[in-house]
Structure formats: C-alpha cells, structure tokens
Design a protein around this ligand. Sequence first.
Ligand code: UN1
Length: 499
Amino acid sequence: MTHSGVLSAAGLTKPELTGGKLAVHTPVDGSALGHLHVHSNSDVQKMITKATAAFKVWRAVPAPRRGELVRLLGEELRTEKENLGRLVSLECGKIYQEGLGEVQEMIDICDLAVGLSRQLFGLTIASERPGHAMRETWHPLGPCAVITAFNFPVAPWAWNAALAFICGDPVIWKPSEKAPLSALATLKVFEKALAKFGDAPADLLQVVVGERDTGEVLVASPDVPIVSATGSTRMGSAVGPAVAKRFGRCILELGGNNAMIVAPSADLEMALRAIVFSAVGTCGQRCTSLRRLIVHEDIYDQLIPRLKNAYETLSIGDPLDANVLVGPLIDAAAFDGMTRALAAVQADGGKVSGGGRVLEETYPNAHYVRPAIAEMPSQTAIVQQETFAPILYVMKYRQLDDAIALHNDVPQGLSSCIFSTDVREAETFLSAVGSDCGIANVNIGPSGAEIGGAFGGEKETGGGRESGSDAWKGYMRRQTNTVNYSRDLPLAQGIKFEI
Ligand code: UN1
C-alpha cells in the first residue's frame, strides 16, 4: 500500500493534511505525510472551556452507561485495527506487527474499562459511633489532559482515556507533534462510537495539534484537574512541578532504563528470544525497551556470542514489510543521540558490536541502524542514562546481590526482569530487597506489559500508574461519607460538648 493509501484507509483526508504549519514526516523514508493546521494557545483555552461544559453533563451519566460508549469504541477499534495499526507503523516507524499490537492494547483497555464501569467501588468502613455508617465514594474529577509520546502514539492515550471516560471525565489529548496523525485517525474512530452511542455531550474528546506551548496551556490550567503525561524525564520534570503548583493531579510515565539479569540457571534459548524482542522492538524506542543486560559470568560466553549472531542477521528496513523486524529511528536527532551514546561507550572502554547506519542509499532522509551491543567494563554514566535507541549495554556479575545492586543503581525505575529457574533467585528479585521498579518480571522481558496490571514506575519514571489494577482511582475524586441514622449526635473521639 502507498503512503497516501495508508493515510486515506485510516480516514485522513487531503484537506486536513494540507496547508498547515506543522509538517509531519514518516520515519520510513523521511517524506512529508502532511502539513497540519495547528491550534493556537487561545484555541486550547476554548477547548478547556468546552471540556468543562462536557464534564457537567457527563459526570451525571450513570457509569455503566458511560461504559457503553467505551464498549462501542472497542468495537470500532476492532473494525479499524489494521487501518490504524498500519498508520501507527507508518507514522512512528514500528513494524506493522507492533502497530497492530498497539491497537490491540487499546481494545484490551476498552474491555477492561467496560467491566470497571460497573465496579467503581469504594469501601464501607466501621464507624466508632452507634447508628452511624461510613463509606467511601468515588466521583468524576473533571477534564483530563493526556499528553502522549511519538513512540506509542495511540495506546497510552487509550489507557488513560478509556478510564477517564468511564470515570466521568472528558479528555483533551495532546499527541506528540511527531505523531499527530494517529491521534486524528483515532478521533475519527471515537466519533463513530459517539454516533452509535447517540446522546453523549459534545467535546468529550478533543485533540490539540501543536507544539510544546499548546501542551503548556493544559498543564497550567486550573480547569484541568488531571494531567497524564507520557514522555521523557525532562518533559516530566517540567510538567510535574507546574501541575503541583496549582494542586492538580499528575500521572507521569517517563523514562526507563530497564534491565534483565540472566542467572546461571536461566533457559538461555528463551532468554535469547526475550532479549532480542525487548531490546530491538520499536527500534529500541519503547519506554520499556531492554537497555541493560546483567549476565552471570559463568554463562556470559555462551550467551553473548549467540546474541551477537542474532543481532547480525536481524532484518532491518521498511516497517510495513512483513519480513522486517527492525524499523527506523524516528528522526535525525534520535540517530545523533545514538551516535553520541556509542562514542561515550568507546570513551568508557566499552566494546561495541553493530550500531552503524544502514540503508542510507535507499533512504537518505531516514535513519535506519543496526542495533548495537555494548559490552561495558562497568555501569558508567552513559549506561545510567536513557538513550532512546537500540543500544544494549552488557555487564557481568558474580553474586546475585551485586547484580541487584547494579540493576537498581540507575535513576529510572520502570521495568525489570530476571531469567532464572531458581525459585530463590526469582523470588528475591521480586521481594522488598529486589528490583526497585514498577514492573518486575520473571522469565519474560521487560516490555510488552499487558493492560490488566498497573503500568508505570518509580524514581525518575515519575511514579504514575496507568491502565489496569486500581489505576482508575487516579481519574476520580474520593469522598468519605459518614451518615448518622440514629436519633443522637455522639461526637467522634468521645468528645463531650453540651450546649
Ligand atoms: C511506552 O513505551 O511508552 O509494555 C509504552 C510495553 C507496552 C507499552 C510501552 N505495553 O512495552
């Protein structure tokens, strides 16, 4: 399919793709996919006003009915899975299989949210006073801004939006300026669901097209009580304090520097497959990508040569080609970041295999690279940074305690894993003295989290949790209720106060 075929199959029309100031390029060959009209800061203010009006209506709609809208969204996404998956692949460069996987995550979170819409439950709590009942109720909170990154242009929106909608909150979505087309196509899918639903208020979902300043309007506005932002730690360290200053609520999902410990008892065949998928998937541009491999010295020489071999034969190229496993980096800046990191590796005494630019003649305006393995003498400063590129730093260990210490000795805390068939080692890794990350796995890689669990991490990853478990509570306000159904007025804590 041609690029314009992919765009039109996803419902994007010529007029909306032409004449605007924001040029959107595909990382596949660097060509322009469109020039979008951008919103001004005052447009964004108007969107906030509209979202506030939508909130006043939507919060009073019974939650299971709100769930019906999300159920319809899930159905429309099922119909559009291939079209949207292909667009995601074209716009951000991940392979088509991963584009499909991303849309599947959207469908999965819709399913979860539909069920939850009948279960937004609070506790009942024992009161110390006779004839009194105490309970906790959860109410809609207000407009929710969702800021997403280029590498997952649609799924993180869905993790937030599906929950926000059932929780009674309208959504204003600010996609990355590098990947706004997938957001516009998703808006069209949502509009189909809205049409079938019938009587939802206008402006439940609005998409902001623009650069950073438009996002800043959302972040600064006291009328946007929830800001959920996915992206770099640098972005989060600007968003977090700005939202905190106005006592808003922030859900941050920022950088990761995810590691795998490979213990002597590991099934190396399985470990190898997990390493390659999680380190080179999305060309190393997932926040959950495997970046550090901590290998026991006894198996190092068995594992690393095989890994290098697998890296050398990886098919790299057009992500929409079914035989390709590694697509391009997003842009020249990403390539420069990778080149700089590999230079730092050399300076630190590391040994690099792979890492060079490939397919330059076919795609002079795109940036394809062979994923790199960097064998490090120790965990130097460059290893402790998140470089959004397919570089896998490899280090050796002897004692599990040392491996865990090395594992945790980075500023980020998103995802982690151990390959081991020794239950003592595996459980230690998951225990209070083990991995310090929000996600810790055994015998699977750090990426590819399912939506049923809470997604997010500690330290510089920002502490937010999205998606499954009780993440829905982040989109609601909690109210504690005490009801006196007696004929007396006893005071709590036994206080006597007679008038
Ligand atoms: C991201 O890279 O921002 O666990 C999200 C995973 C995916 C989500 C990644 N489910 O790899």
